[in-house]
Write a new protein. Structure first.
Length: 83
């Protein structure tokens, strides 16, 4: 919501705010698996998924993992404030 003008997001405009973070490594693999659902050759599909996961793990920096952690913390903090 920080990208929106404060007049748009002022109290009373929305019934609720929904936090949507960036997908983590496992979520990205699951999304890839869903894209490959129509591939009928299980061996090819499994190899592609394994290769994709290996690629992500090789380029997934500590910074990206830390950013996902921070988003999770922000979500937890916002949820606690609402409750």
């Amino acid at each position: 919501l920080r990208a929106f003008d404060s007049a748009i997001t002022r109290p009373g405009r929305f019934d609720m705010q929904l936090f949507v973070g960036t997908p983590n490594l496992n979520s990205r693999v699951i999304q890839f698996e869903k894209k490959l659902a129509k591939v009928t050759d299980n061996k090819t599909r499994d190899k592609a998924i394994e290769s994709y996961r290996d690629f992500l793990e090789s380029v997934w920096s500590k910074d990206a993992m830390f950013m996902n952690y921070l988003e999770g913390e922000q979500f937890a903090s916002t949820s606690a404030d609402i409750l």
